[in-house]
Design a protein around this ligand. Sequence first.
Ligand code: SAH
Length: 466
Amino acid sequence: MQHFPIFLDLDGRRVVLSGGGEAALAKLRLLLKTTARITVFAPDPAAEIADWAGRGRLTLHRRAMEPGDALCAALVYAADEDAALDARTAHIGRTEGALVNIVDNLSDSAFITPAIVDRDPVTVAIGTEGAAPVLARRIKADLEARLPATLGTLARIGKGFRRMAEALPFGRARRAFWADYYFDAGPRALEAGGEPAVQDSLDALLAQHLAADPAQGRVDFVGAGPGDPDLLTLKARKALDAADVVIHDRLVSAGVLELARREAQLIEAGKHGFGAAVGQHEINALIVEHAQAGAHVVRLKGGDPMIFGRLDEEIEALATHDLPYSIIPGITAAAAASASLGQSLTKRGRNSQIRFLTGHDTRGFADHDWRALAAPGEVAAIYMGKRAARFIQGRLLMHDAAPETPVTVVENASCPDQRVLETTLDRMEPEMERAGLAGPALTFIGLARRRALAALPETAQAQEAL
Ligand code: SAH
């Protein structure tokens, strides 16, 4: 992030703009939403600018900007749409201590003006660091459609009620009150009786919330999916959005954690490979402790929480303490990995069953029904299988699996750094070793990348293939 978004208090501050054409008009329309003191320098200003000046909304000087004109200005806009003129304006602005923006010149500007969705006092600023104005406009249009026009009114009235709402304890109780106001009681009151009704509804709502029992803590076990935040379920997103505490695995991606409520406490409860038993008791205790304190805990687990996630032990701990919980399933690594191979996990005539195996359990390399797995056409998805690769290979070959059985390893499935290693059972171990797989990897035995996909030109595959 090169440009850090902030909201600048322009109340009563000087903002100076040089220019009188289209670019100047566009910036002035935005600036006139603020309570800044705006001064425009333009020898030949557009009629609209002269009109604003006539109505006292800005000060207009019908001349070019000169040294001394930007003194005490917070911001200076160079909007003459002429490189030489703009450079001159920018020089004056910088020398006199203002932050300077040159319209349509990202690299020489000290700041950029975002696309804005205005529901004053709610303001959404959208920036793409100049990379894609089209994208910013699309996002703006989406938000304009999604945020009701009444949001500003509700927020303005709500802002005046913040002190009153402090009668509720800080945290969940207060948040629940505001959520009720913004998403239920407020819009209903506004529609039924306008602004006075909104005031009344706030009083009634506060009384109702003050009388309510303190909320009980609870836990959502949430599947965080394989890494791509777009693969979260809507329920998972809602839970993240409401969480007080998020206790997450080491595997959960930064993009997913970004979606947690900003005030939520994030706790990493990572377990690393072998010796997985270490820490589970502490994790159980942590979940119980926060839920007992009344928090809405989201226990975020990579992939699907019910696959190799030790979910039952955590549920058991909650049940012992009579704490309520729910489970929100997620997309498991095998599903994401098979999608990236363009292959389904089961196929008529090939395999009518698929096994999910773990490469190791708490005692070391996990044993399985190797004879059944070695049969032709069998498909297995192996989780945590990197270090057990040689063991698995040996066991399968020992039980007469065909050496040319396809083995496909998908590392970081669904993530931008996803890699796919295609090999066969007899070559699997040294090739996996050589690939230096650093991220989580899922190993398929008996499943190859779809041929049509494998036949794509190299460039199309470059980012995912090894
Ligand atoms: N509950 C998880 C699995 C937890 S076990 C799920 O449903 O996906 C951890 C193992 O999952 C890792 O060792 C790896 O084998 C696999 N895994 C998790 N995320 C992965 C990803 N993005 N790509 C490939 N494998 C992944």
